[in-house]
Write a protein of this length. Structure first.
Ligand SMILES: Nc1ncnc2c1ncn2[C@@H]1O[C@H](COP(=O)(O)OP(=O)(O)OP(=O)(O)O)[C@@H](O)[C@H]1O
Ligand code: SF4
Ligand SMILES: [Mg+2]
Length: 333
């Protein structure tokens, strides 16, 4: 399967922490193969927040999980500080695990209901040992840092709200002093007011403890607020990659533009709608550009040739045969 290119990778940058190249993840199912991730490349530099956005089923979670090798990608490479994780055996991979932590969408069910909050946060230290900043006697300090009163350390997860449970998940990830935290829809299950608090907390923790974030969401307005760089995905492929401000000022891929026009309440001058129709099946994705069945600008070449990622100048890249190049538009969310 053709990849969509690697032009957007920042190979000259010494601060690249994670470098994913041409990653494919397929799931064999009865009578077919689910093409969940089909040649995706991206990198994360130290201290950056990479937002990954796209509609349900486009492969965001699978991409994130395959970075930590759960599941192992079908092909492609995932380098962490130069080491290709896809080539490591389970024992060596285990040593890298603390550096790459994940936070999930449903905060309550992702915490062990039988353990106290204190035990949940300290669990990583028990398994991996102290890795620097945190130790068993500093758990209270970490609880305070994420906004949970240490006096509640003996309570169980069900005694906390969803937002508080997400704070506990963040502490549980931080205790291992990770380099990267992958946040898979961490605020989607929370009330809007609580969402903002958790986003602020993630930003604070990132700055205070020097972690990089991968932030996954189907919600462009959340992505806009938290990301330094954004990767837009559609059906297992990269559509567009750019700095957040640049992407929102100058969206060039027709799918990005359709997503922006759909932001509720936005005063967007991007007026581009997806052609009505079902999302095609990931078992039998369309040839050429996978978006061609819904793209208002599709032509014959889109139905036969896969577009490669091309540089548009600055830190802006798109995989489209007919990108929209125009002067600034304003997207207010
Ligand atoms: N274990 C699996 N077995 C078979 N198919 C899978 C498996 N995990 C994911 N898929 C399929 O892979 C595709 C990508 O799924 P994924 O969960 O990565 O998407 P997503 O972008 O995270 O969606 P959402 O926004 O709903 O979380 C979907 O078609 C999904 O049905
Ligand atoms: S390559 Fe063609 S079908 Fe795909 S987004 Fe661009 S114009 Fe639309
Ligand atoms: Mg998901």
């Amino acid at each position: 399967m053709a990849g969509t290119g690697t032009t957007h990778l920042r190979d000259g940058d010494p601060n690249v922490l994670v470098r994913v190249e041409d990653m494919v993840v397929e799931f064999p199912i009865g009578g077919g193969t689910v093409h969940a991730v089909s040649g995706v490349s991206f990198d994360i530099v130290e201290g950056e927040t990479l937002g990954i956005v796209g509609e349900s089923g486009c492969g965001k979670s699978t991409t994130a999980r395959a970075v930590i090798q759960m599941p192992r990608p079908t092909s492609g490479s995932v380098r962490f500080r130069g080491t290709d994780l896809t080539e490591l055996g389970n024992e060596d991979l285990r040593k890298v695990r603390p550096d790459l932590q994940m936070i999930f969408q449903d905060p309550i069910s992702s915490l062990n209901p039988r353990r106290t909050v204190h035990e949940i946060i300290a669990e990583g230290l028990r398994v991996w040992g102290d890795r620097g900043r945190w130790s068993a006697d500093k758990i209270d300090e970490l609880m305070e840092a994420v906004g949970i009163d240490p006096r509640y350390g003996e309570r169980k997860p069900h005694q906390f709200s969803g937002g508080q449970c997400q704070r506990i998940s963040i502490a549980r990830a931080l205790v291992l002093d990770p380099k990267v935290i992958i946040c898979d829809e961490p605020v989607s299950a929370l009330d809007v007011s609580v969402q903002a608090q958790i986003l602020n907390l993630l930003q604070d923790m990132k700055a205070r403890y020097g972690v990089s974030l991968v932030f996954i969401s189907h919600d462009l307005s959340v992505i806009k607020n938290i990301s330094d760089r954004v990767m837009v995905m559609y059906m297992g492929k990269v559509c567009e990659v750019a700095g957040a401000d640049d992407l929102f000022a100058r969206p060039t891929h027709h799918y990005t533009r359709a997503l922006m026009s759909a932001i509720p309440g936005s005063r967007s001058v991007v007026d581009e709608e997806m052609v009505e129709g079902e999302l095609p099946s990931a078992i039998d994705p369309p040839p050429g550009c996978r978006f061609n069945t819904r793209c208002p600008a599709a032509t014959d070449v889109c139905r036969t040739d896969e577009p490669q990622i091309q540089a548009l100048g600055g830190d802006h890249y798109v995989a489209c045969h007919h990108p929209v190049i125009e002067t600034d538009v304003t997207v207010t969310t």
